[in-house]
Design a protein around this ligand. Structure first.
Ligand SMILES: C[S@@+](CC[C@H](N)C(=O)[O-])C[C@H]1O[C@@H](n2cnc3c(N)ncnc32)[C@H](O)[C@@H]1O
Length: 418
């Protein structure tokens, strides 16, 4: 198991209760103890970008000096008995924080002046409860940390000497032209994108728009109707104030290039969608298998976002999942969004474990773009016209069936004038 949601849950607890505390900031070196039996999440990997000394111990290790540890984490692989929690409390410093992840804590009362933060993760199938007992000065509430601390580092480098046969794209229409066409035909009233970078895709939005990117490099000032949240998408949806987010007509997912991030981005965005929303996921088609690796190996890098196609096809047959043949690395158009659907949330870790552990080779059908649709196909305009006309009506679900029928007509998948 990869425990992806457990690692994310710990990030939320630490950003809400530990690294936002002034007394834990540099030059203080955070002393962290992870209590586990060796079969749980690799929590130590979460502590990137913070000055921390992290140790893993078994629950029966009894040689830690009292009042020396800032943060103790008890993983889901260890039963949090009152005896164990009492013992761990004694090794915490006066301002220490004890985080218990997994089942709810039953029958253990911390000191009267401690603050207890209990949070239930929305990610199944474990739906962990994360309880943070905050002592001393850590009992004071502060806004959650929204910096890049604890974030998975973005992979901007790749090994030298990648052969030319790897470094190329494919496709029939530039992905930016596809976006321009989408804006023209969908005429969104609100647009959102994850992954803003230089602002090259955000600038196409004539409507109010929100971008999410922790480190954008905007080349020009934003117009008044655009805003950018300087957070990772995970932090934005779980820790930030999301009131700037409105009902989405069009959105573009182009952030972190690993499947667990792209799937979470899709799931979080869908919560703000309606049946007539259009969601685009970029980078679904590596043009060479090396481009589709989880760990970056080349300049052209799609990561393993391609896995979102089989995942949505398998787990969300209610959606219309349309891989579009854009240049350089393909775009996935998703229609029929349902913000009440919980299937991906309920099965998140199982789906991601399967994607990471079993979908290891980029299939030929992905590199060959089997099943793609040309962005200039006759059917595309017809679909977008239906979406725009019907999106506010109760007839949208009927219209989705009409779209399915149109897509089944081979003549309409051809490009006009060819
Ligand atoms: C490929 S660029 C986006 C390009 C932009 N959409 C365009 O077409 O002009 C990817 C961006 O995703 C951002 N990014 C990386 N990890 C992210 C995360 N976890 N959440 C949000 N954005 C992220 C990076 O900072 C980078 O600017």
């Amino acid at each position: 198991m990869n425990f992806i949601s457990s690692l994310d849950n710990l990030r939320v607890a630490l950003k809400s209760n530990v690294i936002n505390q002034p007394h834990f900031r540099s030059p203080h070196r955070l002393q962290v103890l992870i209590v586990g039996d060796g079969t749980g999440p690799a929590y130590a990997s979460v502590f990137t970008g913070v000055d921390a000394k992290v140790r893993n111990v078994r629950p029966d290790t009894g040689d830690i000096s009292p009042a020396t540890i800032d943060v103790v984490i008890v993983g889901p692989d260890v039963p949090a008995s009152t005896l164990l929690l009492g013992r761990l409390r004694s090794i915490l410093t006066a301002n220490g924080v004890l985080v218990v992840a997994g089942a709810p804590v039953v029958g253990w009362q911390p000191d009267r002046d401690a603050r207890t933060d209990v949070w239930v993760s929305p990610f199944g199938p474990s739906f962990e409860t994360i309880t943070s007992f905050c002592f001393g000065a850590s009992a004071s509430r502060h806004s959650p940390d929204l910096t890049l601390a604890l974030a998975t580092p973005v992979q901007n480098t790749f090994p030298p000497g990648v052969p030319d046969e790897v470094e190329h794209g494919a496709g029939t229409l530039d992905c930016y032209q596809f976006l321009v066409d989408l804006h023209e035909h969908v005429r969104p009233r609100f647009y959102t994108e994850i992954g803003v970078e230089y602002g090259a895709s955000l600038k196409f939005a004539q409507c109010p728009a929100l971008g999410i990117d922790p480190a954008p490099q905007l080349s020009e000032a934003l117009p008044a109707h655009h805003a950018v949240s300087l957070t990772t998408s995970d932090d934005f949806f779980r820790l930030a104030d999301t009131t700037a987010m409105k009902s989405i007509d069009l959105c573009y997912i182009d952030g972190m290039h690993q499947i667990e991030f792209a799937l979470k981005d899709f799931m979080n965005m869908e919560r703000f969608c309606h049946a007539g929303s259009v969601v685009i996921v970029d980078d679904i088609y590596p043009a060479h298998p090396l481009q589709g690796e989880r760990i970056r190996q080349s300049r052209y890098w799609t990561g393993d976002i391609w896995k979102i196609i089989p995942i949505l096809e398998r787990h969300r047959p209610d959606l219309i999942v349309l891989p579009v043949d854009t240049e350089p690395t393909g775009s996935l158009m998703v229609l029929g969004l349902d913000p009440t659907n919980n299937v991906l949330w309920d099965n998140f870790d199982t789906i991601i474990d399967d994607a990471i552990d079993n979908m290891t080779d980029v299939p030929r059908s992905i590199v060959d773009r089997t099943g793609k649709i040309d962005a200039r196909a006759k059917v595309m305009k017809k679909i977008l016209k239906i979406v725009r006309k019907r999106r506010e009506t109760t007839r949208m679900s009927e219209s989705l069936n009409q779209i399915r029928e149109l897509l089944a007509r081979p003549k309409l998948r051809e490009v006009r004038g060819r």
